[in-house]
Design a protein around this ligand. Structure first.
Ligand code: ADP
Ligand code: MG
Length: 250
């Protein structure tokens, strides 16, 4: 990827082997990749290619077998569990396929939760900007079950952005949404990068979703198999197609 921009997130010879001996699986094989700050990046690849593993290691949710995962200048693989928990809480935002909102709390309370857990209050101006940008003004006092799937995921994105994290990791954020709500959520992720200068790294298997990104990284068999700048759904589909002979030949 580009070297003239600051890397928000970086993998250096990052390797993950699950299990031991005959049943071991090399899910990531010495991956080197940078994700630029202030950009929207997508990770794509066939099922089992290592997308979730890569994201989990870069987000400090799982440990590497070898190599390093950097958030800014911080090597996550060198941190204790306690330090990692703090990094995840203070410096990373998460958006999941299943929204993961707390059902007993209102939208506003869900959005404020990460800051509260960090012992901080949300900057009210930032909160206003987020809720206005994401069209949540009228929904702030609703509980998740009173919101549509698309609205719930918008709340989840506002929650992820509430602490102004260095990076947002989104794992299949449109996986549980109809196509209209999915489009809307992708547009909000796009805006959070373009207008709010956030950094987003998204795992998806949907070429249309990947086309919202500035850059797509292709994974195959736990290795980087290519990247596409300014992707379109067609160029992403073509990129995925090009992986097939490689995969079949292995
Ligand atoms: P993707 O997200 O691209 O579908 P994953 O990162 O989930 O791929 O998985 C990569 C490889 O690692 C697959 O072969 C998968 O079966 C294996 N794998 C993932 N998680 C585990 C685990 N906890 N234990 C054993 N194998 C795993
Ligand atoms: Mg996965």
């Amino acid at each position: 990827m580009r070297t003239d921009e600051t890397a928000a997130v970086r993998a250096a010879d990052l390797t993950k082997i699950y299990g031991r001996g005959e049943v071991s699986v090399r899910a990531l094989d010495a991956v080197n990749i940078s994700f630029a700050a202030g950009r929207f990046s997508a990770i794509m690849g066939p099922s089992g290619s290592g997308k979730s593993t890569l994201m989990h290691l870069l987000a400090g949710l799982d440990s590497a077998t070898s190599g390093q995962a950097f958030l800014g200048d911080t090597d996550l693989t060198a941190l204790s569990d306690a330090a990692l928990t703090k990094v995840r809480r203070d410096r990373i935002g998460f958006v999941f396929q299943s929204f993961n909102l707390l059902p007993m709390f209102t939208a506003a309370q869900n959005i404020a939760l990460p800051s509260q857990l960090a012992g901080r209050t949300v900057d009210p101006d930032w909160l206003d900007l987020l809720t206005a940008s994401f069209g949540l003004d009228e929904r702030l006092h609703h509980k998740p079950h009173e919101l549509s799937g698309g609205q719930q995921q918008r709340v989840a994105i506002a929650r992820a952005l509430s602490t102004r994290p260095e990076v947002i990791f989104a794992d299949e954020p449109t996986g549980n949404l109809d196509s209209r709500s999915g489009t809307e959520v992708l547009a909000f992720l796009r805006r959070s990068v373009r207008e709010l200068n956030q950094t987003v790294v998204m795992v998806t298997h949907d070429p249309t979703a990947a086309a919202y990104a500035d850059e797509v990284v292709l994974l195959a068999d736990g290795r980087i198999a290519g990247s596409i700048t300014d992707p379109t759904a067609d160029s992403v589909i073509a990129g995925l197609e090009s992986l097939r002979p490689t995969v079949a030949a292995r």
